[in-house]
Structures are given as C-alpha cells and as structure tokens.
Design a protein around this ligand. Structure first.
Ligand code: MLT
Length: 234
C-alpha cells in the first residue's frame, strides 16, 4: 500500500508490526548506533564492505527465516543489548526495509509499530501532510499494520486533531477500533502473517510486538547516508 505520488515533502511513517518495524525499534532501544535498510541480500553484503571500518552486523530474513551467513534474523528477541550495543546493522527484510527504501523522497521517514505508537503520535501530531505506509506482506494488506496505522489515527483524533482522512485511513481506524482490546489475539489468530510466524516457531515475537507503548524510541531516517537512528529532540 505504498503511495508514491506526492512523497516529496511528506512525513512518512513506515509500519511493519510483524516484524521489521518492531525489530528496528528494538535494535535502537538496545544501543545499536544505526540501522541501514537495503532491499536485497547482495546489497547488504556490498554495504558491509562500504561500512567495513565500523564492523556492522548483517540482519534479515527471507520467508521469515534468517538469511544463511547473516549475524541476525528478523526476530526482535535476537536484538539484545549484548549483541547490538554500539554496533551498526545492515538489514534486509522482504517488505519492511523494502518499504523504507522506497520512501527516499519523503521529507522524513519514521518507523512505527505498536511498541512505540504513542511516541510516534507525539512526534507527528502537528504534521500537515502525514503518510502512513503499511508495509504489508507479499504486496498485500496486513491486518496488524492496518490496525497500527488506525491506532495512530485514533490517537491523533483523541488529541483533538481534525485530520482530513482518506478512505484507507478511515478503514484503518475502524480496524483498530474493532481489535484494540484484543491486539494479541488478532495477531495470533486472525492475521495471516501472525499465523505463519507461529508455524515457524516465532509466537514470542508476536507477544513482544503486541506490548503497546513499551518504548518511546523512534527510529528516523537521517541524511546523508539514509541511516535509521534514534530520534533526539534538540
Ligand atoms: C518483512 O519485512 O517482510 C517482515 O518483517 C517479515 C518477517 O516477519 O520476518
């Protein structure tokens, strides 16, 4: 669900609850210096050469599973402080990092998920032209990303903001309102990708991703370099 038109000048929030957004937020929360999103495995390996003096980690998945030879997969539970503190991470995932790469023309790219949703709302609440980008799965809508976009919209409305909503935004809010008291069950039992992750043995990732507002860390893309770093208020 990526809208390319009009990206220049917009603030975009990229949402991939299961699991790229949740992983990037966790990596930066646990002391990682930066995350560099790339599209392909080969680009990740090339980027490692580019950043060799910083000895970065390689992370990512295909079909949900760690890429052979990489240091880390795409489970947030792998990105513990002992592994990522003070390290840069080059990351490629099927949908999440690909979506961030596609947002290069945006004025600012922010990474959102349920674990940092209120912090994201606080950052974007006065943005005129906000684009919520749901990464989805395999080029299709993902329920948990839509619900998270809906949570952002619902919180903006609760703050007394009067955004002009597209129909997609209204649908996202309705999805959130429907599931807001049962987010974990929705991700475990209803979401296609959630069910797939359980089959792959990643049920704990879903529990982790459902902990609403467990952090205030917000990854934002910084230029030059297109590195995701922790947003710092100046
Ligand atoms: C993705 O970017 O496609 C997802 O994060 C896939 C996954 O859950 O590993």
């Amino acid at each position: 669900m990526i809208v390319q038109q009009g990206l220049a000048g917009q603030v975009a929030v990229m949402i991939d609850v299961l699991r790229a957004s949740t992983v990037i937020i966790t990596a930066l929360s646990n002391g990682s210096k930066w995350v560099y999103p790339v599209r392909t495995r080969n680009q990740a390996i090339q980027a490692k050469e580019q950043f060799i003096s910083e000895n970065p980690l390689l992370a990512g998945e295909r079909l949900g599973v760690k890429i052979p030879g990489f240091d880390l997969g795409n489970s947030p539970l792998e990105f513990v402080r002992e592994k990522v503190n003070n390290r840069g991470i080059i990351m490629t995932t099927t949908n999440g990092t690909a979506a961030i790469v596609q947002l290069r023309k945006a004025r600012r790219v922010v990474v959102g998920s349920f674990i940092n949703v209120s912090a994201v709302v606080e950052l974007v609440k006065n943005t005129e032209d906000l684009l919520l980008v749901c990464a989805g799965t395999k080029q299709k809508v993902a329920l948990e990303d839509t619900a998270c976009a809906g949570a952002i919209i619902d919180r903006l409305l609760s703050l007394g903001k009067s955004p002009i909503l597209t129909d997609s935004a209204t649908i996202a809010r309705l999805v959130y309102l429907h599931y807001k008291d049962n987010l974990l069950a929705m991700m475990r039992e209803v979401s296609e990708h959630g069910r797939r992750l359980i089959q792959l043995g990643f049920e704990k990732d879903i529990e982790y991703a459902a902990r609403v507002d467990s952090t205030t860390v917000i990854p934002v893309v910084e230029t030059p370099g297109y590195l995701l770093k922790k947003f710092k208020r100046h």
